[in-house]
Write a protein of this length. Structure first.
Length: 94
């Protein structure tokens, strides 16, 4: 009895060449924000012009939230019609 092979539906590649990790489209802006947050003094906020964002502020906030939760960072955001404000939340000693 012969088994009929069907052709592949998708291309294949070596597993070693498969990209590992999530490299979302917000990666660059989030990296820049985190770098700036690392350099801000307590009580200071980053003031990011909304017109410079390629994506909506909601999407950037969401991406920032995912990364900061994963990394155990505590940041807060606020916005008005022109800017997205981001700052490190200072933890209070108990």
């Amino acid at each position: 009895m012969s088994i009929k092979k069907t052709s592949m539906n998708f291309k294949t590649m070596a597993e070693l060449d498969v990209p590992k990790g999530r490299r979302g489209k917000h990666r660059e802006i989030i990296s820049q924000i985190l770098s700036d947050l690392d350099q801000t003094k307590p009580g200071s906020a980053i003031k990011l012009p909304l017109k410079e964002l390629a994506e909506s502020k909601e999407r950037v906030r969401s991406a920032l939230n995912r990364v900061t939760r994963r990394d155990g960072r505590n940041v807060a955001t606020a916005s008005d019609e022109n800017y997205l404000y981001i700052w490190n939340v200072q933890t209070q000693p108990h």
